[in-house]
Design a protein around this ligand. Sequence first.
Ligand code: GLC
Length: 597
Amino acid sequence: MTNIISKSSYLFIILIILTGCKGNDGSPDDYKNPKLNVPERVENLLSQMTLREKVGQMTQVERGEIQITTIKDNVLGSILNGGGSSPGDSPEDWADMYDQFQEQAMATRLGIPIIYGTDAVHGHNNVKGATIFPHNIGLGCTRNPELIQQINEITALEVAATGIDWTFAPAIPVVRDERWGRTYESFGETPELAALLGEAAIQGLQFSNGEKIAACAKHFIGDGGTNGGHDQGNTILSESELREIHLPGYKAAVDQGVYTVMASYSSWNGTKVHGSDYLLTTVLKDELGFDGFVISDWAAVDQLPGNYSDQVEKAINAGVDMVMVPYDYQKFISTLLELIDDEKISIERIDDAVSRILTVKFKLGLFEEPFTNRDLLPEIGKASHREVARNAVRESLVLLKNDSSVLPISKSSSRIMISGKNADNLGYQMGGWSIYWQGGSGDITEGTSILEGIREVFTKDVDYNINGNGASGADVAVAVIGETPYAEGAGDKTDLSLSSTDINLVKSLKSQGVPVVVVLISGRPLILDPILDDADAIIAAWLPGTEGIGVADVLFGDYNPTGKLSVSWPRSNAQIPINVGDANYDPLYEYGYGLSY
Ligand code: GLC
């Protein structure tokens, strides 16, 4: 046989055999090869997927719907837990759940791992024992992107310790009306804070040197600007106003490389964002260049006009890539398949959505490491994380008033009186999205209440009486008052007045002839007028999370307060909404205000 193979080709073949390296020969298993680049892996995998498998990737289901074989039987691409939906009381319960789900996914024909999402919005806040940080409105008062990055690196670590790959955070609303029940999820009332601290959070979640999880900038767009602060309401703005106030945070997030964006329930000038191809595709994907995937909010597709088929058609064609169904996944899958069959949704749109989803899964390394790294479990709630949270509490507090330098409280005081319903209640100081969706009361997880923190820092005589009885004769009385937990629309309020109980407590303390320090636990500014004369000092402590001792650090001067208001503080309900830059801007305390000792 003539030598039909040139010498160089012969050597090349030998080289291939010896090194075992396969060129891009397009073999069915290429997508499993981490040495290939992500676009190649996506293309290789997508080309092998059936339409049914593709639709499965676009389907996100709540963990409570999942039985032993549900994920495998329905080739589901994503699972979530709603706020407070938990597999058990220990981090191990979470890791076991995640791994069981992942085993099902890896047993499917193509072995595409699920991506699991959870609302870790101020730490891994659904998991008992996890470190829970101050909510965003307090973090906004730190003006400290390095701290926010550090908080999110810790959050990524504690989330990854339970196997989970994705948090629906950071929320980057620009809150413009504090009557909104989600005010505390916002970094503040300016686009600058949303951009500065949102990108820091994404850096910490997705790109730290440690564990990496997918972030989710939410809720695109205008969730914090609705008329009257109504949750899921209507944001009535010109396009230039919408772009000026609510877009900068998303531009920064996309430029930072955020992997996912959640669409907002709210509407813009009467059009539901979930159905707006102009906002979700033209602005977010085409103009900003967002190359991750858009997730819908919880059953938000069902809020669009028309029947369910109309709703799914509208949302997917608008640019929603994955649907948080979250329950009736069979109905969603069959409806979407029918729409494709009827050519109401193009296969190009499906391929675009699935490519975006697979891209994130490859970037996260889920194909290489689909299961929990249980060596990380001891990271959850560990002391060094709680120290960072304690420092975040210190930096988030804003000193609003300090007449005759009542603060800091001297450690040589002989007796202090602590009072108020929020003084010794861990649930109250964490707020919503803490173990339970709406939050809870009392010791619902591990942490230190403000009173426990005070007793650690001040070792002399600390009296506690929720009603402030017996304050007379004390060196100082501290009233820890404010809100009880809420989340989302449940927190919408038209009246931001203090409760009569709280007002009467402050007046009662004053009548006992002692200096009065008020610590306000709240997810937003409250109307202080009724207590302004009776309180010698006032600290806005927001929703500090599990490390209440950080409040004690400020009260006793171990930390000199540096916090600056992230929102304007109204004098009265009548002033709301009030934002820096308004004409005739005359708040009680302005945006950026904050005293020091
Ligand atoms: C909620 C919230 C959203 C959250 C999602 C999943 O309704 O609007 O912020 O990420 O559902 O819990």
